[in-house]
Design a binder for this molecule. Structure first.
Ligand SMILES: Cc1ncc(COP(=O)(O)O)c(C=O)c1O
Length: 341
């Protein structure tokens, strides 16, 4: 147990600008607040364990049947459900590194062994090396697209090389937590490419663009067989009634979600441009954050930001991830970053 890696959450300090957890800076969607109030009294009862209406709403949103959708308390639980379903003791789980820091934890909790494949020099997933990393013991591959924390994404050709290169009895989980911030012309939605592959699951979340990080709702789209296995591995009642109602309302606020995502994308491009002009290396991002590969300078840079009242997310020795906030928050970050360069 002592060997299990621990999840390190982004810091929160009252009064500081928080750009450490890839949350939406715009607060609750307008359609969600009233729904939360209306459902608050219901929390003395257990929720619908099957999240029936939520699953129907997600399925309708994607134009598929409800048997193609499994939910969980955040997409991190859904990734855990899929790993629990696919991985036995000492099986191997392949993923790029650095990627979402929950993957090594999920792998260890499932009893598996992590096979971490270095990103390319451009901080992008090396799908050919990932395929080469698959052995007879591999049961699961995670592809984070776009990748947390680098923001980089792979396109259709790489997605196809990965999925085509992996045997059909290995589950490929494509984690699209940041899908709403992607340029769809450059990065296709993986479910539209692989809906009928028996070994592909695509995960999404309400925590980022839908501004519901604190309520914990995520889901996967997969074949009915994979969905049924994931549902069996869900912690009973893990998605609260409040969360189910809020997520349904959030799906109904699609126009506002799109409007906000556009603001974040425009700010991301502005922040990246200003950082590059100030002398930072910043890989192009398709997410709601940017990555500064500062290596050994990462911890000191994050400390300097903190001293200037801005919390960013350092990965010591590797880089710093900075969430895109409101225009004012981004300006506050850019001011401290220019001083710290
Ligand atoms: C790539 C990726 N996947 C999944 C998650 C999990 O999000 P949640 O469990 O809130 O849906 C995150 C959160 O930061 C993430 O970055």
């Amino acid at each position: 147990m002592s060997t299990l890696p621990a999840y390190v959450p982004g810091r929160k300090i009252p009064g500081a600008v928080v750009l450490a957890s890839n949350e939406s800076p715009y607060g609750l969607l307008p359609g969600v607040a009233a729904v939360l109030e209306a459902h608050a009294a219901g929390v003395s009862r257990y929720p619908d364990m099957g999240s029936t209406q939520l699953i129907e709403a997600i399925a309708a949103h994607h134009g598929v049947g409800p048997d193609r959708v499994a939910v969980g308390a955040g997409s991190v639980e859904v990734c855990g459900e899929l790993a629990a379903a696919a991985v036995d003791t000492d099986d191997e789980v392949v993923f790029g590194w650095r990627a979402f820091e929950a993957y090594p934890i999920i792998t260890a909790v499932a009893g598996g062994k992590a096979v971490m494949v270095p990103l390319t020099a451009n901080h992008v997933h090396d799908v050919d090396a990932m395929v080469a990393g698959v052995t007879g013991r591999t049961r699961l591959v995670f592809l984070c697209n776009p990748n947390n924390p680098t923001g980089t994404a792979v396109g259709e050709a790489e997605l196809r090389r990965l999925v085509d290169g992996v045997p059909e009895d290995v589950l490929v989980v494509i984690d699209e937590a940041y899908r709403e911030y992607v340029d769809p012309a450059a990065v296709p939605d993986a479910f539209s490419l692989f809906a009928d592959r028996p070994n592909v699951a695509v995960t999404r979340t309400f925590s980022k663009a839908y501004a519901l990080a604190g309520l914990r709702v995520g889901y996967c789209l997969a074949t009915p067989e994979v969905v049924a296995a994931a549902r069996k591995c869900q912690v009973p009642f893990s998605v609260s009634g409040l969360a189910q109602a809020a997520a349904i309302a959030a799906l109904g606020d699609r126009e506002e979600v799109t409007r906000r995502a556009k603001l974040t994308i425009a700010e991301r491009e502005r922040v990246r441009g200003e950082l590059v002009a100030a002398g930072f290396e910043v890989p192009p991002s398709q997410a709601n954050f940017v990555w500064l590969p500062l290596g050994e300078r990462s911890a000191a840079f994050a400390e300097a930001c903190l001293a200037g009242g801005v919390i960013v997310r350092p990965f010591p020795g590797d880089g710093v991830r900075v969430t895109i906030g409101t225009d004012e928050e981004n300006d506050a970050f850019l001011a401290v970053a220019r001083r710290a360069v």
